[in-house]
Design a protein around this ligand. Structure first.
Ligand code: AMP
Length: 190
């Protein structure tokens, strides 16, 4: 049985960094995949699929459902670790519902928790525009990414909240404090 944790949060919430550190601290048990990194890797590989993906990422829009679902399902399947952290998913109601259908047919994967790393829009903006990691890290695209993130958030919180799976972590602290809390929480659930 693979235990799945989803980590969501605004751009700049630190979700990828946090999950990366936790996986590095637990190399035998925990695998981590960042949806954004997996998609950017496909762009970097220069395939036609990568070019399609780039046309969405560069504007801060969501990559189409089928592509994202394929991306995360193949990451889950190729992992040989018992615990899997995926950050940056789900980012829409249709993604959440698609995963729910997949998990209903997949007794080998248990969704243990959805962890939201919560930061204010102001902190998110400072971090994203301060780090300027990619072509999508500018003011105009940031605004759209924030809007795209915020739009389905209430529905996502409600859906997982009702299932008792939602766990919120304050992301406006040092990386060390956030990682400590998140890692302890994950370990308490596995
Ligand atoms: P991130 O690195 O998580 O901020 O994601 C960067 C970009 O990748 C987003 O702005 C989207 O264009 C795309 N992306 C990441 N995760 C998803 C997802 N779950 N669904 C659709 N697009 C995504």
């Amino acid at each position: 049985m693979k235990k799945l944790f989803l980590i969501i949060g605004a751009p700049g919430s630190g979700k990828t960094t946090d999950a990366e550190i936790i996986a590095a601290n637990n190399p035998d048990t925990i695998a981590h995949y960042s949806t954004g990194d997996l998609l950017r890797a496909e762009v970097a590989s220069g395939t036609p699929l990568g070019a399609t993906i780039d046309s969405y990422i560069s504007k801060g829009n969501l990559v189409p459902l089928e592509i994202v679902i394929d991306t995360i399902v193949s990451a889950i399947n190729r992992s040989d670790k018992p615990v899997i952290l995926i950050d940056g998913f789900p980012r829409s109601v249709e993604q959440m519902e698609a995963l729910d259908r997949i998990l209903a047919d997949e007794p080998g994967i248990e969704l243990v928790s959805v962890i939201e790393v919560e930061v204010s829009e102001e902190v998110a903006r400072e971090r994203v525009l301060g780090r300027a990691r990619g072509a999508d890290d500018n003011e105009e695209v940031f605004k759209n990414r924030m809007k795209v993130f915020t739009e389905p958030l209430a529905a996502i919180r409600k859906f997982y909240g009702q299932k008792g799976l939602l766990h919120t972590i304050n992301g406006e602290r040092t990386i060390e404090e956030i990682v400590d809390e998140m890692e302890a929480f994950i370990k308490s659930k596995i």
